[in-house]
Design a protein around this ligand. Structure first.
Ligand code: PMP
Length: 356
């Protein structure tokens, strides 16, 4: 194992021999009586896709399909949604009551939840006023940090992060920390992916998902992309049979070139609707600020007197209130839906104007 990754693993993980599931051990024969499965599917099961056997422990075809999509020399692990990727990273690299992760707030909530649930500490470094990385403050906390989560584009702020700051951080941590870049929304801004940096930085690992631009949130399929050494480390802790066969099949199909084209066309359309929505929103007197978005949502700051979340919910429109975040008072995060859905928001705001 590469020295860096090996040196970052807690002793208990370094010495851990992964559970030897029947699929992991392999072995070929003509009778498979090694996994306590039902040898013949029941008559009521779907003959097109019998489900009596456990799935592959590392669905290779799925990983290859994703790497083809990424067009990168790397390895990749299919996981049950990006959320499982986040959890695996915390459990693989951080020892409870010893290690800390570092996050840049406001950001996606699961980094902190996974760490806390595992007894791992959390360093929170607020983003700057324009939601960029505060590199000097991050650097101060590096000596007591093991794993850094960077969400780019960031949820809930929606912005990309300055690429030179990310590169700087990778340089600084190249021999000492794992940097996980969560690119759950990257398809909305593909050219800004950090994938090309994988060749340069063995400490970089990238989290991806089919839940957003691919429109497959119910499938629960995501990916962790990194060096073979990094991915092998994560494989130590992944559940014995992570991806159900029907999910792997659907995901492989979604990654075929013609379907990727469809995804890209849908992204283009959604980005156009986002632009129109932001243009209309900017004319509303209730809107204080619309933050730049490289995602399928926009963060909007409204006038303090409006109470936008309640106003919209009274119209049956459910958005995500961000007021619990100290930096995001009076902000809501609005997912970009159809033109019609966005028009409903605009008219709810305009109607409010007429009331006064
Ligand atoms: N990362 C970010 C930044 C997200 O916003 C989300 C979902 N909201 C996830 C990860 C989790 O995605 P998945 O559905 O693949 O678990």
């Amino acid at each position: 194992m590469n020295n860096l990754i090996s040196s970052l693993l807690p002793e208990s993980i370094k010495n851990l021999i992964p559970y030897q599931s029947a699929r992991r051990i392999g072995a070929t024969g003509h009778l498979y009586l090694n996994a306590n499965e039902l040898e013949q599917p029941l008559p009521c099961s779907n003959p097109q896709q019998p489900l009596n056997r456990y799935p592959d422990f590392k669905p290779q075809q799925l990983a290859e399909a994703y790497l083809d999509f990424c067009q990168v020399e790397a390895d990749c692990l299919a996981v049950r949604g990006a959320d499982e990727g986040i959890e695996l990273l915390v459990r693989t690299f951080c020892a409870p009551a010893v290690d800390n992760i570092l996050i840049c707030t406001p950001t996606y909530g699961m980094y902190e939840i996974c760490a806390t649930a595992s007894g791992v500490g959390v360093h929170r470094v607020p983003l700057t006023a324009d939601f960029e990385l505060d590199i000097p403050s991050i650097e101060t906390l590096l000596p007591t940090t093991k794993l850094i989560f960077i969400c780019a584009p960031n949820n809930p702020t929606g912005n990309l992060l300055d690429s030179s700051s990310i590169r700087h951080l990778l340089e600084k941590t190249k021999e000492s920390h794992v940097v996980a870049v969560d690119e759950a929304y990257i398809e909305y801004s593909e050219q800004d992916s950090v994938l090309p940096l994988l060749a340069e930085f063995p400490n970089l690992v990238i989290i991806r998902t089919l839940s957003k631009a691919f429109g497959l949130a119910a499938l629960r399929v995501g990916f962790v992309v990194g060096s073979p050494v990094m991915i092998n480390a994560l494989r130590k802790l992944i559940a014995p049979y992570p991806i159900p066969d029907p999910c792997a099949d659907i995901a492989i199909d979604a990654l075929q070139p013609s379907n990727v084209e469809q995804m890209r066309a849908a992204v283009k359309k959604q980005n156009k609707i986002k632009q129109q929505f932001c243009d209309q929103l900017s004319e509303s007197e209730w809107v204080e600020r619309i933050y730049p978005s490289a995602t399928n949502f926009v963060l909007v700051r409204f006038k303090p007197s409006l109470n936008p979340f309640d106003l919209l919910i009274a119209e049956g429109i459910v958005t995500r209130n961000q007021s619990h975040e100290p930096a995001l008072q009076d902000c809501v995060r609005i997912t970009i839906g159809s033109e019609q859905s966005m028009a409903e928001i605009i008219s709810a705001l305009n109607n409010k104007k007429r009331e006064i």
